[in-house]
Design a binder for this molecule. Sequence first.
Ligand code: R5P
Length: 299
Amino acid sequence: MADTDDIQQAKYYHHDVPQQNRAFYLKGAGALDWGMQNRFARVFRPDTGRTVMLAIDHGYFLGPTTGLERVDVDIVPLLGHVDALFCTRGILRSVIPSAPAVPVVLRASGGPSILRDLSDEEIAVDVEDALRLNACGVGVQVFVGGPNETKSVHNMTRLVDAGLRYGLPVLGVTAVGKDMVRDARYFRLATRIAAELGAQMVKTYYVEDGFETVTASCPVPIVMAGGKKLPELEALTMAYRAIQQGAAGVDMGRNIFQSEAPLAMLRAVNAVVHEDLPPRQALELFETLRHGAAGSDGA
Ligand code: R5P
């Protein structure tokens, strides 16, 4: 308890300085509770309003896919260069160090493997466990137009309700079935449904034609998923265009951890996202880092 002797009279009231109500910097997040905004602020850098999230959750339906065979060996050394990590609680508890702390968004849906219908997911994490893990958010797949559309949307809305009780944001992930068209019209539909039904952030794929209409019509921040491995210049170009067309960051996996030089690629993606570095310059940065001692992987 504070010492009660010699208590000084309070006098610094700064009558001439009005208290400010600061607007929260993320789109659609102004009316969220303090705890949820604070979690957002750990994922999206306050100086840029953007994030480089590294997605390594693929094992939840794919098993040990290329680049993620040994997360402890190949991914942990990258963590100092990510704003947030998107992963399962199993990988988090088993191989991700708790210090230095990396903000985590937990994969919170799952069930079917690659051998079955991937849309047949259930909620796979209790919100209390996400809080126990000090997660900054939970991610859940929605299969708009898929055979389990309603179930997957219901998974999301149940997590949104639980997350609102504790200030935990939900990332709605728009999953696209094999036979579905990946165009701006579809992603406008899927991202808007996720946001309307409560997701505080949405992950979706980039499309060449009309991506800016997807970001414009979604009232919450969008992060871009990377998709299958592309040549580095193509992946950097895609990330650059997504950011310039309104994405609030990326949640990329394979284009980073399946790169021949994941650390160099991650640093180049960082420059694209946070410094608006154009793709050709980002590729030069990648090549420099890849061949230089400072940034090369394993050097
Ligand atoms: C899909 O398996 C996961 O939700 C990934 O987090 C997502 O697809 C992003 O990873 P990638 O950039 O490899 O597509």
